[in-house]
Design a protein around this ligand. Structure first.
Ligand code: NAD
Length: 363
């Protein structure tokens, strides 16, 4: 298969983890005889320094030409004081909005041997396997007006949360379809006791659910959901939620997997082009030290093979290799401490090499 992938490493640990993902892509290319072209682009803080903007035209064009986009992470203290439009994170919003990637899929799966790396009791985590389906192009992050202005001599900040019924409907369909292939349960998360957006959300989700008689639907307030995720995460199959709630809940869910360095994501639209990225940020505290966990980015590549290229066997091969490396007790620093299954502490590069070796059949 002929494939073009835009590679946007970004800032902080982005380039380190993306480098490992590239090794995995090349290993898969060789093993399965695909023809994969990698087009590297500049994004985030690095792009601001060089071109004065977080997503230069060149990078946008390269993403347009590609079948899928792999992104590391963007941002860092150096760019924290820039105005909203010029911040590194704006690149993410432009990519998501520009390609209409409205569905963010975040699988939360507990690798049994990593349950001891979490701060939550292992018995609470055993067998946890759910997916967060987060709406990605609406709500607070995109609503207008969005500004800081002066009124009566005082600064006032305004963010606007809006949702159209059509935006809710299309993401609800994604969640119900996903649940049909899993354990047939959707938990729709909102704040319908307070927010108008949530009241519309609940109404539309109820309507959509009538088309999926085989899927059980429950509604849950976001504050309760935040508690339930750490209290009894096994109850969830597919969590469906809006942009801001999904952003926060998925970071919380990272605790379940033992480290934020384990969580991949896919952002999808109507077509097959998708944006794949780990859910973590640029981790400035550990950047450049070869200690970042690259598995979230590697698992994002597996999602890319599954969702953008419809290559399930290749996706499974990557996921099985990650399983095996963990099973053998090779852990990066974020997972190592306090875990009785940890046998060998490995760095970012070594972890990437191990996954490739297993894919090649050499481990
Ligand atoms: P972060 O995810 O970068 O880091 C949070 C904590 O998790 C840190 O202690 C970090 O060391 C650790 N961590 C993160 N990824 C890890 C990995 N792969 N392996 C091991 N440990 C890991 O979040 P933050 O500190 O809130 O944000 C840092 C910067 O990243 C900010 O500028 C923020 O805006 C940006 N950010 C970008 C994205 C993105 O590009 N998608 C997402 C979140 C944050």
């Amino acid at each position: 298969m002929k494939i073009k992938i835009a590679i946007l490493p970004g800032d902080g640990i982005g380039p380190e983890v993306v480098k490992q993902a590239i090794k995995v892509i090349k290993t898969i290319e060789k093993k399965y005889g695909h023809n994969i072209e990698l087009l590297e682009g500049i994004v985030g803080g690095e792009a601001i320094d060089k071109y004065g903007e977080p997503l230069p035209d060149e990078t946008w064009k390269l993403c347009e030409e590609s079948d899928a986009i792999l992104l590391g992470a963007v941002g860092g203290p150096k760019w924290d004081n820039l105005p909203g439009e010029k911040r590194p994170e704006k690149a993410l919003l432009k990519l998501r909005g520009g390609f209409n990637l409205f569905a963010n899929i975040r699988p939360i799966k507990v690798f049994e041997k990593l349950s001891f790396s979490s701060t939550i009791k292992p018995e609470v985590l055993k067998g946890v396997d759910f997916v967060i389906v987060r709406e990605l192009t609406g709500g607070l992050y995109f609503g207008k007006p969005k500004e800081i202005r002066v009124e009566n001599g005082e600064e006032i900040a305004i963010d606007t949360m809006t949702y159209k019924a059509s935006e809710i409907r299309r993401i609800a369909h994604v969640a119900f379809k996903m649940a049909q292939k899993r354990n047939k349960k959707v938990t729709s998360v909102d704040k319908a006791n307070i927010l108008e957006c949530s009241r519309l959300w609940r109404k539309v989700v109820d309507e959509v659910s009538k088309e999926y008689k085989d899927v059980n639907l429950e509604h849950m307030y976001v504050d309760n959901c935040a508690m339930q995720i750490v209290r009894n995460p096994k109850q969830f199959d597919v969590i469906l939620t809006e942009n801001t709630f999904g952003d926060i809940l998925s970071d919380e869910a990272a605790v379940i997997t033992g480290s934020i360095g384990m969580l991949p994501s896919a952002s999808l639209g109507e077509g097959t082009k998708g944006l794949y990225e780990p859910i973590h940020g640029t981790a400035p505290d550990i950047a450049g030290k070869n200690i970042a966990n690259p598995l979230a980015t590697i698992l994002s590549v597996a999602m890319m093979f599954r969702y953008s290229f419809d290559l399930e066997k290749e996706a499974k091969d990557i996921e099985n290799a990650v399983d095996k490396v963990i099973d053998m007790g090779y852990f990066t620093q974020d997972l190592f401490t306090g875990n009785p299954y940890a046998k060998q502490l490995v760095g970012t590069e070594e972890m990437g090499d191990l996954v490739c070796k297993v894919i090649e059949g050499g481990a």
